[in-house]
Design a protein around this ligand. Structure first.
Ligand SMILES: *Cc1c(COP(=O)(O)O)cnc(C)c1O
Length: 492
């Protein structure tokens, strides 16, 4: 069962949490208790396909889904070849570093890992409801969630999907991917503002009871494809266990030996899933939260104060250009002793004063688990260049941030624990910046850039990125954040 981070909800089932997306009013759903996987169960993941670990883990959390339903969801998401041979390959960068590639899905970003299965969870969640409502999925996106959500929910029965991205705040490739999406139930809008504006407007739409009533009158309800939805986070726990098993199979660590995990972070969903994996018994020494110049989280780990009173900077790792990381609420809830009242107070401070400071005990709890670091745009490009020159491995800008922060962390802490750096996007998705990093021309068409990158790296272009410029642009909507409610109502 699931409870609210703000103590304002009774226990609800998994299907309710997934269908609703967010706690009505305010707050996020978290599991009532965190299950633990024994050593034997974890050892059993070695040599098994991805779906094996997924099934074991989903069964612990999806209380009102049958085993058969869970198996079907897994089969449709990961079993149909959409991710190639292996959804999450582990590649050695050097003797202490493994890269977990999570971008082999249909849109070349790690969001596919969760957004290919969320629609199947959602369809069942809607069927399990007494009310027969249609669901309009809303997603605010800094670039990658949008396309992954559109592909996942495209043409899903009794479902609409509306995506809002910051106009001019995503890469050309990301924008092309979104605005060329087909399907009869897809809606895409550029919003005048940055990602935080998009996310805030979407959250307001969820909190708006008048809008909810109007939609209910027409037989619709809203839900979320962002990582505020538990159904988006849960699938992300799986790959940490799966990848650890591979770490052991490769001989990079002994079974049971701890590793560090470094995650390039934006909304704090991916690293939160790593934290839950750690709570479930995964052998982890330190979680390292990597940021770009939008380093709110790095500052928090230094000081214990989360301060959003700053301008959002647009960087060459745009999917991490976020100041208000939604899932941080779940993390402070977990680390303050699961105190809903405290968490609600801090979130109120964040909204009203623009910052909050956790108490000393919470800060101590966090210090034993997670640390943060950041790097700038120049160093990000330098890291792509140096890594390519020394190892022939091509990083995208987001993963490069994490590799850079990881090197700095090691030297500073003198901690040479084997590390898993999570790779969140294919380098082809950010071809512009990657070509710039390699001092190659990057002014041609998107197609030319992809082909140039393929030539220097010897890697095949990710199939979903090729030929986008020949597709028809099907979505041209531009809106102001304050118009979002009207736009949503117009869709139904
Ligand atoms: C979404 C995204 C991130 C940030 O992930 P969070 O779960 O929001 O922290 C990092 N890199 C890429 C490429 C992304 O698409």
């Amino acid at each position: 069962m699931y409870i609210s981070t703000r103590g304002n909800s009774g226990s609800v089932t998994a299907s309710f949490a997934i269908r609703t997306g967010m706690v009505p009013g305010e707050g996020l759903f978290v599991p009532e208790s965190i299950p633990v996987l024994s050593r034997e169960e974890q050892a059993g993941f070695q040599g098994k396909p991805y779906g094996y670990a997924a099934e074991k883990i989903f069964r612990l959390y999806l209380d009102d889904y049958t085993d058969e339903e869970i198996r079907c969801c897994i089969e449709e998401a990961y079993g149909s070849g959409k991710f190639g041979d292996d959804p999450a390959p582990l590649k050695s960068l050097d003797s202490d570093t493994e890269i977990l590639e999570l971008w082999h899905g249909p849109t070349a970003a790690f969001k596919d890992m969760a957004l290919q299965i969320l629609p199947h969870f959602m369809k069942l969640a809607v069927e399990k409801s007494e009310k027969k409502e249609k669901v309009l999925i809303l997603a605010a996106t800094s670039g990658d969630t949008g396309k992954a959500a559109l592909e996942g929910f495209k043409d899903a029965p009794d479902t609409g999907i509306a995506v809002f991205y910051p106009a001019g705040g995503v890469s050309p490739m990301q924008e092309l991917q979104m605005v060329t999406t087909g399907g009869s139930n897809t809606h895409v809008y550029g919003v005048e503002g940055n990602f935080d504006d998009c996310q805030a407007a979407v959250k307001e739409a969820f909190a708006d009871t008048v809008l909810a009533e109007k939609l209910a009158g027409k037989g619709w309800r809203l839900s979320s494809a962002n990582s505020i939805n538990w159904g988006r986070l849960l699938p992300q726990i799986v790959y940490y266990f799966y990848a650890y098993a591979k770490f052991v199979e490769k001989g990079a660590v002994e079974f049971g030996e701890k590793i560090n995990i470094n995650v390039p972070t934006g909304n704090f969903g991916n690293i939160l899933a790593a934290y839950y994996a750690m709570k479930m018994g995964l052998p982890v020494k330190e979680l390292i939260c990597s940021s770009n110049e939008n380093k709110v989280l790095t500052d928090f780990f230094m000081t214990g104060t989360y301060d959003r009173r700053r301008e959002l900077v647009r960087t060459n790792s745009p999917s991490m250009d976020i100041v208000v990381s939604s899932n941080f609420e779940r993390f402070v809830f977990e680390t303050c002793g699961r105190d809903g009242e405290k968490t609600a107070g801090w979130m109120r401070d964040l909204r009203e004063k623009g910052y909050f400071t956790v108490d000393a005990e919470t800060k101590r709890n966090i210090d034993g688990i997670m640390t943060g670091g950041f790097t700038g745009q120049e160093k990000t490009l330098e890291t792509i260049r140096e890594t390519f020159n020394t190892s022939g491995y091509l990083l995208d800008t987001h993963t490069a941030v994490a590799v850079r922060v990881n090197d700095g962390y090691r030297r500073q802490r003198d901690d040479w624990t084997p590390a898993m750096v999570v790779s969140t996007a294919s380098p082809f998705k950010f071809a512009d910046s990657v070509l710039e990093a390699l001092s190659l021309p990057h002014s041609g068409s998107e197609e030319e850039k992809l082909s140039d990158l393929s030539t220097v790296s010897g890697w095949a272009v990710h199939p979903s990125l090729s030929g986008l410029e020949d597709l028809e642009i099907r979505h041209r909507g531009r809106i102001k954040p304050e118009d979002m409610h009207d736009v949503i109502y117009a869709i139904v």
